[in-house]
Design a protein around this ligand. Structure first.
Ligand SMILES: CSC[C@H]1O[C@H](OP(=O)(O)O)[C@H](O)[C@@H]1O
Ligand code: ADE
Length: 297
């Protein structure tokens, strides 16, 4: 396909701890979306903001019934893809692994270290093997928009940072927290992987806004993380997070060409299984995620 492709973006928003819906949308409606991968975390909230189509999904479900290890990440990403989403803005509560990122700071994450281990991490598998590139897991184009709007709002937002994804649900030991600091990580959470990997497989651009709620458990002058502390800081952050979301949707929704991140063509050379060795049952499940490349091979 040529570079002159024009995309009319549909913005997907994934709300983390403390962000279970989104206000200000026109024509809004919660709708159930079925996927071949099972149930997403909740119904999806469809609506428009200044004419831009948006789809919101509370990552843990409304009321937060689903723990990180039981999130059906594949169903969540497939449901967003099936709903037409081209760009995902992921919002998450995180612990800080750096002195200069105090609670209340927003971080535009650009890298991840994935230490999760009890999750389904790919749409592909036996009968259709694919290997997408993850060197740059986030979209710098989306990052430019988010940083510009954060600056307009005078929000304390740092550009760039590595998010360590732990399995949980227990928080880290001090030794683990110190190890991740030595690895140069900026923040820690339990959810952005495999979310970002699956978004890449589904050829959706991905940006992650991490909101610092605590200093995890390494800081001598601050208390160790507790859910109570996370919820208290998120309550204070929620208004700013909602305002930022509302500000970024209109510029992210402008008609555009292909994203320089390459996310929208991630599958062009990723599938290695020969057409005659592919499993028709798996191919059927990949209709939304990989239909663009599978429909003509
Ligand atoms: C409520 S504290 C731990 C919980 O919060 C974060 O969730 P999310 O990334 O969805 O905001 C963290 O990853 C844990 O799941
Ligand atoms: N310290 C922490 N560790 C893991 N997930 C978190 N979410 C918010 N704070 C966290």
């Amino acid at each position: 396909m040529s570079k002159s492709v024009q995309i009319e973006p549909v913005i997907g928003l994934i709300g983390g701890s403390g962000l279970y819906d989104i206000d200000g949308l026109e024509d809004k409606e919660w709708r159930r979306v079925e996927t071949p991968w099972g149930e997403p975390s909740d119904e999806l909230l469809f609506g428009r903001l200044k004419g831009v189509r948006c789809v919101f999904l509370p990552r843990h479900g409304r009321g937060h019934p689903i723990p990180p290890s039981e999130l059906n990440f594949r169903a969540n990403i497939d449901a967003l893809k099936r709903s037409g989403v081209t760009d995902i803005v992921s919002l998450s509560a995180v612990g800080s692994l750096r002195d200069d990122l105090p609670p209340g700071t927003f971080v535009l994450v650009d890298q991840f270290i994935d230490r999760s281990f009890a999750r389904k991490k790919s749409f592909f598998g036996r009968g259709c093997v694919a290997h997408v590139g993850m060197a740059e897991p986030t979209s710098a184009r989306m990052g430019d928009v988010i940083m510009a709007e954060a600056a307009n709002m005078e929000l304390n937002m740092q550009r760039g940072g590595t998010y360590l994804v732990m399995e949980g649900p227990q928080f880290s030991t001090r030794a683990e927290s110190e190890l991740y600091r030595q690895w140069g990580c900026s923040v820690i959470g339990m959810t952005n992987m495999p979310e970002a990997k699956l978004a890449r497989e589904a050829e959706i651009c991905y940006a992650s806004i991490a909101m610092v709620t605590d200093y995890d458990c390494w800081h001598d002058e601050h208390d160790n993380v507790t859910v109570e502390a996370v919820v208290a800081v998120m309550k204070r952050n929620a208004e700013r997070a909602r305002a930022l979301v509302k500000a970024v949707i209109p510029p992210l929704g402008k008609k555009r060409g292909l994203c320089p991140s390459g996310a929208e063509r991630a599958l062009d050379h990723a599938i290695i299984t020969a057409p005659d060795a592919r499993d028709p049952a798996l191919l059927a499940k990949l209709d939304a995620v990989a239909g663009r490349v599978l429909s003509h091979s």
